[in-house]
Write a protein that binds this ligand. Structure first.
Ligand SMILES: *Cc1c(COP(=O)(O)O)cnc(C)c1O
Length: 391
């Protein structure tokens, strides 16, 4: 008689190892710390809660879709893409139609879709370091080769190096981040055009990541202005930063050519953007002016913090985003920790020796200033040196 077996053989259980993709073995997921401290200035969020009238409008908009949640959402997010086309179209002489707009769960997903459609085995992507740390991960996920061209001492893109790398590497995707994270620097318009020309000549997509566009200083151009000149141009934006909607996960792209959107439709998962997300984003866009009202204030706070850092003798860079990168501390680990001990969480970005602080509310920025003085052995900020806004 055969012995009846129940469950797995012990030897098999002992021998089993997860058949993880070989290149992912030992790779750990990385994310910035999410700590419940008084001043969370490490991931460039908008520090202000949504105003009451926007809370009302978003709640109403969500309420209107809840009973229909038994159905899949509009897979083409038709209404939202049309609204985004109007919003983005206001910044460019080019006509932007809904067919040129893509929307997904954060611009991270937009970028992932771009890598799925334009990257892949045998293809490569090129970017300019230091920059946003997620790009190599999209490349890894999609088996796309990834190459970095280092920025110069001022963290600007060296255009000669960029052009050489494009003709050597023959990437299918060139990513320019402007304003750049973590440096806050922007690519001047004439340099952007030179890179766009080279990408076009070599058959590459030019993806300009403008996650921080709304924070740029007056006179700083957007790549959207070039939309009707470069068929290979895609500009990505997000509602996570200026709109204060990081928790809603809404990012979008505007492509010069609607065929790009057709390609993204091929690789996205079915019904990738929930009806709830679409409802939230639509209501928020309807209140864009209210939501963006805080941007001017954050820009002022940023410029003031920049001046303060300079006055205090730190090394820093003018920023077109809602954060500032600075250096001039002996031991950044120790300073980062000393700030955290005082309830102020900031970021240790990629370039060694530098720190990055997001612009918070006036009160949070004051906390940062006094905590940084203490952390770097300066005397604490006297009360009369605090900014107007915090009193
Ligand atoms: C924050 C950020 C994003 C936005 O990510 P979401 O997925 O839209 O929240 C994109 N690019 C850069 C450079 C960023 O810093």
């Amino acid at each position: 008689m055969m012995k009846e077996t129940h469950g797995a053989q012990t030897a098999d259980v002992a021998r089993f190892t997860l058949p993880i993709r070989p290149d992912l073995v030992g790779v750990h997921s990385y994310g910035a710390p999410q700590l419940d401290v008084a001043a969370r200035l490490n991931v460039n969020e908008n520090p202000f809660p949504l105003p009451d009238d926007v809370v009302e409008a978003v709640t109403e908009s969500v309420r209107s879709v809840v009973s229909g949640l038994n159905r899949y959402p509009d897979r083409d997010a038709t209404e939202l893409r049309a609204a985004l086309a109007v919003y983005a179209g206001a910044e460019t002489p080019a006509r932007v139609s809904a067919e040129q707009v893509w929307v997904a769960n954060g611009s991270n997903e937009v970028m992932h879709h771009l890598f799925l459609a334009f990257g892949g085995p045998g293809q490569s992507a090129l970017s300019f370091s230091p920059t946003y740390s997620m790009y190599p991960e999209y490349a890894r996920d999609t088996f796309t080769r990834f190459a970095f061209v280092p920025r110069d001492d001022e963290f600007q893109i060296d255009v000669a190096l960029a052009l050489a790398a494009i003709s050597e590497e023959r990437p299918s995707i060139v990513i320019v981040t402007s304003p750049n994270n973590p440096t806050g620097t922007v690519l001047p318009g004439h340099h952007l055009r030179e890179i766009a020309d080279a990408a076009l000549a070599h058959g590459a997509m030019l993806v300009v990541d403008e996650a921080y566009a709304e924070f740029r200083r007056d006179g700083t151009p957007s790549a959207l202005e070039l939309l009707d000149q470069y068929p290979n141009l895609v500009v990505t934006r997000t509602m996570s930063k200026a709109f204060g909607l990081a928790g809603a996960r809404v990012g979008y792209a505007i492509a010069a050519d609607s065929a790009v959107i057709d390609a993204l439709c091929v690789v996205r998962l079915p019904y990738h953007l929930s009806a709830v997300t679409q409802a939230v984003a639509l209501a928020a866009l309807g209140h864009a002016r209210t939501l963006l009202a805080q941007v001017a204030m954050l820009r002022d706070e940023r410029d003031r913090l920049f001046d303060w850092l300079v006055d205090e003798g730190f090394t820093t860079l003018p920023s077109d985003a809602n954060f500032i990168m600075f250096s001039g501390v002996d031991d950044r680990d120790r300073v980062w920790r000393a700030l955290l001990d005082q309830g102020v969480l900031i970021r240790q970005p990629e370039p060694a020796g530098w720190l990055r602080v997001s612009i918070g509310t006036p009160r949070e920025n004051d906390m940062f200033r006094s905590a940084l003085r203490i952390a770097t052995g300066r005397s604490p900020v006297a009360h009369d040196q605090l900014t107007e806004g915090s009193r």
